[in-house]
Design a protein around this ligand. Structure first.
Ligand SMILES: C[S@@+](CC[C@H](N)C(=O)[O-])C[C@H]1O[C@@H](n2cnc3c(N)ncnc32)[C@H](O)[C@@H]1O
Length: 288
């Protein structure tokens, strides 16, 4: 592994050397990650980085950057190193206790916002990125976010406070709907959907650093859908919508599980790769 050059050096040189180290460590997009970590280490907005690259970098800033590059070489995710991730136009705090919010989950948020709602429930809220984005975009709505992990709930509460949404977002521990009270016209979830047997194939950033309880159900990848579909029947208002993110190749199986429980299939929404990513289901007006 090539070390960073010693002695006074410019931001551009430090960035070049760091990019090489990340590349040698197998990081997928070394240039992008090096830039984000450099911006974080020197405390500038990533969009302004080009302006400061010709300047010398030394002392604490250089040491901080080297430490970040070292950790990234061990495949720690960038969001853990910077402590945050941008999602649907807002910044969310991210720790090892929550799933790193994914860009594809923004599709679920967008689909949920396509119709008005007043009371939303987010099952498996994690960082709170789905619930809090929905509430931020829908100023008259209120919502509940639940997670089986108390540590995840603490992160979601922090994010709610940082976004000024604590008065409209109630975050609490619950095994799916077991401790949920009330009725909702919108239920959303991005459940752990990776089958246990697929876990070994994941990138080290995901497999080694993200909470396994946020990734897999420990079984066939469908058991959380079964539990959520069963639970949603208890808390969805007649005419309400249930939106769930889907793993690769799960659309048909989840659709079958939903229809068998009396849900009306409304839509399957593909992601940019053309894979069915979100399923939209309706609660019949007559109830089940
Ligand atoms: C794929 S992550 C989604 C996190 C966040 N909603 C997002 O989209 O980034 C799934 C979440 O479900 C939570 N979870 C797993 N089993 C659960 C259960 N039985 N009841 C409630 N939440 C659960 C995990 O702790 C994790 O935070």
């Amino acid at each position: 592994m090539s070390p960073l050059p010693s002695g006074p050096l410019t931001g551009a040189t430090a960035l070049y050397a760091a990019t090489r180290r990340l590349s040698e460590a197998g990081v997928a997009d070394p240039g992008r990650d090096a830039r984000r970590l450099f911006a974080h280490a020197i405390g500038v907005d990533p969009g302004r980085l080009t302006l400061v690259l010709p300047e010398p970098v030394e002392g604490e800033a250089l040491a901080a950057f080297e430490a970040l590059i070292e950790r990234r070489c061990a495949r720690e995710p960038v969001s853990h190193l910077t402590g945050s991730r941008a999602f649907y136009g807002r910044r969310f705090r991210v720790t090892r206790d929550v799933l790193d919010p994914r860009p594809e989950t923004e599709l679920l948020v967008e689909a949920a916002l396509s119709e008005p709602f007043g009371h939303v429930l987010d099952l498996g809220t994690g960082s709170g990125c789905i619930l809090l984005s929905l509430l931020a975009e829908m100023p008259d709505a209120r919502g509940v976010g639940v997670d089986v992990s108390e540590a995840a709930c603490a992160v979601a509460r922090e994010n709610a406070a940082a976004l000024g949404l604590s008065d409209r977002a109630h975050i609490s521990v619950s095994d799916w709907v077991s401790r949920v009270e009330g009725v909702f016209d919108l239920v959303v979830s991005n459940p752990p959907y990776i089958a246990q047997e697929e876990m070994a194939e994941l990138a080290p950033e995901v497999r080694d650093w993200e909470p396994s309880g946020a990734l897999t159900d420990g079984g066939d990848g469908l058991s959380c859908y079964r539990a959520i579909l069963d639970g949603a029947q208890e808390v969805l208002a007649p005419g309400g919508r249930l939106l769930m993110e889907l793993g690769a190749g799960q659309a048909e199986a989840v659709g079958t599980l939903a229809v068998a429980r009396g849900f009306a299939p409304i839509a399957l929404i593909p992601d940019l790769d053309g894979r069915d990513r979100v399923i939209v289901l309706g609660m019949p007006h007559s109830g089940f």
